[in-house]
Structure formats: C-alpha cells, structure tokens
Write a protein that binds this ligand. Structure first.
Ligand SMILES: [Zn+2]
Length: 445
C-alpha cells in the first residue's frame, strides 16, 4: 500500500471513530427517555396497564388500565379462561422508551419506523405511532394489509418478527386435569405424532403410516362472548389488551408459525402447510434428496438444494403467509420469499372468499399443519402469531393522499388508536417528527 493510501485509510477510520463518539456522547442529551401513557401501540408498546397471570395457562395477560372490563372478567387470549379483574390492584406504569432525536438528520423516515410527534388534534400532547405511508403515497387497506399507490406493501421476515402478535403459545396450556382438547391435533387415531407436555414428538414405527402424517393447529376464540371456550375458531384480530372494547372481529389471513425442530438421523421428510383461506401452500424438506420443494395448491412452484444447516440437530423454523407472500426461514436464513403480484381477477376472487369466511367466522378451518414421514422429529417452543390487521375507521373503503413531505401513521393497537385514519389532515409533516422510538421491547413473544 502506498503512503497516500495509508493516510486515506487512517483518516477514514478517524472520521468513523469521531462520528461514533458523537452518537455515544449524545446518549443522554439527544436520546431522551419517555414513558408511554396510553395503549395505542399495545401490545408491542404498553401504556398504563393491569396485569394478571392466567389461572389456567399461566400466561401473563396485560390489559388497558384506562378501560378495565366493566363486568370484572378478563378473558385470556391464549386459552380463553375467565379471570377475575381485581379492583384493588396497582396500575403498572407504561413502558419506557428512548427517542432518537437525530434519526432523521441522517436519513428519511422508513416505513414501519415507530416515531414520536405532537398529536395534530392536541399539539400539547405527544403520540407514538408506526409509519405506514411515505411522502406522496396514496394509502388504502385491503384484507388487513397496507396498499401504497395500488400495490401491497410487503414486510421482510425481520420486520414481521418485530410487529407480529402472539396468538397461541404451546408452552402455556391449561392443566391436563381440565380435560381440554389439545391445540395440536392429528388426523388419524393411529398417527405417529404424540404430545409430550408442550412438545410434539413424531416417532415413526417400522412400516408405519405412509406418506405424510399431519398434526394441525386448532384455534380457540379467546374472547368474551357467546362462544364456548374450546370451540374451533378461525384466527381473528382479537386482542387481549382492549378487554372493554366490544366490536366485530375479522378473520386474519396473515399468520406465522415459529418453532424449534430437532431432526433425527432418518432419511424421511418434514413438511409444513399454511393456508390463507383460498390457497394452500406446502413446503417439503426431503432429507433423502437434500431438497426443499414448495407448492401452491399442489402445483410445484420451485425447488432448491437444502442448505447444510437445515440438518443441524435443533433449528428455529419460521413459516409465514403474510402481505401476499410466502416466507420460510431456518435459523433466521430466509430460504423462500415467494411473492404473488397483485392481480385484479385473483383479488376479487379472494375478496369474495373472505366475505364468505367473515359471514361464517366460526368455520373450524385449520390453517397450519406440520407433516412428517420416516424420521424422528421433536418440535418445541411452538408459537402461532399473526400480523397486525389494519382496518379503516368505518365500513366504507377510503383512501388517503399524502403530501410531498408527509407520512401516514397508525398505532399497532388498530381498533383503539386514533391516528392518520381519523385526522382531518391525515399526513404528519416529516419536520414535525420528534424522533424515532428505540428499545421497542417485545414482551409476549
Ligand atoms: Zn390462559
């Protein structure tokens, strides 16, 4: 390397260190800590709330302290148990977060950033919401998804992980003495899938069931109403935080499965299925041929060589149908991101099917399944999650136009939040953003 080259390298390094120092020195001055007061970002950011441990499944249920249940009943969203709201309990403080006041000095705001700004209808109050729309965009919602300039907005796996809401955690189940039906069921009585506490074991016998043997997730309602606790239910946009709010619930098509899987030494197959109420997606891991194959409605979409880490002893598997795309990852490596482009005929067909499912929201349709053949498999840390389901404030389907320097903001607690959907002028000017909210801690994942 020449002397000039060395000088250039050193000065770049010095500048990088100096910039790092400025960011660190600013930690107290320009990263003020604030406390969230209200529940418009719950459950990802909690305002003042009550909490209890469910008497049956031991899940910690957190709910809005500003609107506790009038009838004194707190329904566990995970197992549907009725818990008593104790009126003498202490209010839990809202979550503390840091605001990076300099975030937008270096870059323009990104979609899905959580930001703080003065409330347009109460400028003396601050609000924390998530950015859904960027300057100049035309924003709509369709089937719970965000549509920007006519195209569906898609999250990466990392973005989905940050926003996804837990729907069921198999590590939190009612005690066996209650005799409740299992959440993961099998198709046949001679299935080789067995529950072992919160784990699922697949132990194939010699000459056992061929081909794939499936276990299915069965959802329960998890809200107060005239429903039986363990009645099969589609996954709805139910939430445990708004215990007092009474509203129509919607079928959520965007769901995710996360689990840890230990694969035996056999040469069999492991498969996953996920449906969005109209279509069925299947992913097969074939250990004998070291291949990963995926299908839409039994038509093969593609196949790739299965990477070596897929054979590790215990791996994290994530599968999602979200924002019109199929996502599949092992140990955080996204192996499939298969996108369906918007198509009008397809969309109207889907809309029709969704209306049917809304009309009969008790349809006991199972949306997620795990199949196996020919190798020992152990599944644990089984969680079912869903994407945030965006709704317009009324039944009419509006759209919102943003100015050249405005962003569209909505709270993750969609039914409770007051935001761009309600304000006379929906956009928040970028220069009014106070900063980006950091330390968005996930409490229930
Ligand atoms: Zn429970």
């Amino acid at each position: 390397m020449t002397a000039t080259g060395r000088i250039v390298r050193w000065s770049v390094l010095v500048i990088a260190i100096a910039m790092g120092a400025i960011r660190l020195v600013g930690l107290h001055g320009i990263w003020p800590a604030v406390r969230i007061a209200e529940g418009s970002m719950a459950p990802n950011l909690l305002g003042e709330h009550f909490q209890l441990t469910c008497r049956d499944c031991r899940m910690v249920v957190r709910y809005d302290a500003h609107a506790p249940p009038r009838d004194g009943r707190v329904v566990c969203w995970n197992c549907g148990a009725d818990n008593d709201h104790r009126i003498d309990q202490r209010v839990q403080a809202g979550q503390r977060v840091l605001i990076d006041r300099r975030a937008f000095d270096w870059r323009t705001p990104n979609r899905w950033d959580v930001v703080a700004f003065p409330m347009p209808d109460h400028p003396s109050r601050w609000a924390v919401k998530r950015i859904l729309g960027l300057p100049g965009e035309r924003i709509q919602f369709r089937q719970g998804n965000v549509i920007a300039n006519g195209r569906i907005v898609r999250k990466s796996l990392a973005q989905l992980r940050r926003m996804a809401l837990l729907v069921h955690d198999n590590d939190r189940q009612p005690p066996r003495e209650l005799g409740m039906p299992p959440r993961w069921r099998t198709e046949f009585p001679d299935s080789e899938w067995h529950a072992d506490g919160s784990r699922l074991l697949f132990r194939p016998q010699e000459g056992g069931r061929q081909p794939l043997d499936w276990t299915f997730y069965q959802h329960w309602p998890g809200y107060a109403g005239v429903v039986t606790r363990a009645e099969p239910s589609p996954i709805l946009d139910n939430d445990g935080y708004n215990q007092q709010l009474s509203r129509r619930l919607n079928v959520v098509t965007d769901i995710m499965l996360a689990c840890r899987i230990r694969i035996g030494d056999g040469h069999g197959r492991l498969a996953f299925e996920i449906t969005d109420l109209t279509d069925r997606y299947r992913i097969e891991l074939c250990f004998r041929h070291r291949q990963l194959v995926w299908f839409r409605n039994f038509d093969e979409r593609s196949r790739v060589t299965l990477p070596r880490f897929a054979f590790a002893r215990r791996v994290l598997v994530e599968l999602a149908w979200c924002d019109g795309q199929l996502l599949f990852a092992i140990d955080g490596h996204t192996l499939i991101r298969d996108v369906w482009e918007d198509d009008d005929s397809d969309r109207s067909h889907r809309q029709e099917r969704e209306d049917v499912s809304n009309a009969d929201s008790r349809d006991p349709i199972s949306r997620i399944a795990i199949g196996a053949e020919g190798t020992k498999i152990t599944v644990d840390r089984l969680r079912v999650l869903r994407d945030v389901h965006y709704l317009p404030p009324s039944y009419v389907e509006p759209h919102w136009m943003l100015g050249p320097d405005e962003v569209f903001v909505v709270g993750d607690n969609v039914p409770l939040s007051r935001d761009s959907r309600h304000w006379k002028r929906p956009g928040v000017p970028v220069q009014q953003l106070w900063g980006r909210v950091l330390a968005v801690k996930q409490l229930q994942k």
